[in-house]
Write a new protein. Structure first.
Length: 298
């Protein structure tokens, strides 16, 4: 469904679909996202903002996205939020011009650095894994404050992690939500969880030594707590990593984890290009599909 052009053009117009997507995003504008971020401040939970969209058709649009994020960073600073941004490189022109993409991303990394924050790069489908890693390496050579997302279900990810560790990177580890073939990705829940845990545990020592900033991008609280036990058994504090969860998913657990001493950051997505992103959120958990069906029937 996420790849179906006919549905992509029609489904977002339907009222039940717009109601359902509100579970996972507060609205379509940056103001909606910024106002939603305020609710996390009392709990000491940070925020990661991302404007939805990918695969832009011209460089003018990529420059407009870059300008939008500069404005968002200014708003984050004006509101004194603990906020950072996460951007898909195809939003900045990766399909069109690598040098222009680098210039756009570099300007945002520099802006984020002036605020003391990280500029995060989202990972897209497997066709973009290598170009994204290469662009990350290029950016990291000039900007210390650049982070990247790695997908645990890809079979190549252990080698990618080994490749990046000498750069003292910031890494957000996710399970992976794109529909990838078994030849390049683990498909079963057991395999994906095992890959995720193995990668996360291997990153605990450099994270504790402050040679890596580690974000656990998962809503699997049992998995997070198993990784935390590995950290404790090695004499490492749970504050050596950060839990990063999507807005609207397991909100109560986000608050509980923050109370229990974990560092927590909520990822707030916004924008009108939400269709494919929303379908991937539904695919991640059957409970999400049940929620969407309840919106259909009122």
């Amino acid at each position: 469904m996420a790849r179906n052009r006919w549905l992509k053009e029609r489904l977002p117009r339907l009222p039940f679909a717009r109601r359902a997507v509100r579970r996972f995003m507060p609205g379509e504008t940056a103001r909606d996202a910024l106002e939603a971020a305020e609710q996390f401040r009392p709990a000491g939970i940070g925020v990661l903002f991302t404007q939805l969209g990918e695969n832009l058709a011209d460089l003018g649009a990529a420059e407009a996205v870059t300008a939008h994020y500069h404005g968002l960073l200014d708003e984050i600073q004006a509101r004194a939020l603990d906020g950072e941004i996460s951007v898909k490189l195809t939003q900045l022109g990766l399909d069109l011009d690598a040098d222009a993409t680098f210039a756009n991303a570099s300007s945002l990394a520099e802006h984020a650095a002036r605020m003391g924050g990280v500029f995060w790069i989202d990972m897209e489908g497997s066709a973009y894994t290598e170009p994204t890693l290469a662009m990350y390496e290029r950016l990291k050579a000039e900007h210390a404050n650049v982070g990247i997302c790695l997908q645990a279900y890809l079979r190549r990810t252990p080698a990618d992690l080994h490749r990046l560790l000498p750069l003292e990177p910031a890494i957000r580890l996710v399970k992976g939500a794109y529909d990838e073939p078994v030849s390049i990705a683990f498909r079963s829940r057991v395999e994906v969880n095992a890959a995720y845990q193995s990668l996360a545990v291997s990153m605990l020592p450099p994270a504790a030594a402050r040679k890596l900033r580690l974000g656990l991008g998962t809503h699997d609280v049992a998995l997070i707590e198993r990784i935390a036990e590995f950290a404790r058994s090695a004499g490492q504090p749970i504050t050596s990593f950060e839990v990063q969860m999507l807005y609207g998913i397991r909100s109560g657990e986000q608050l509980r984890l923050a109370r229990d001493g974990y560092r927590v950051r909520a990822l707030i997505s916004y924008g009108d290009a939400w269709y494919a992103w929303y379908l991937r959120r539904l695919a991640e958990r059957p409970a999400n599909v049940a929620f969407a069906l309840r919106q259909l029937f009122g």
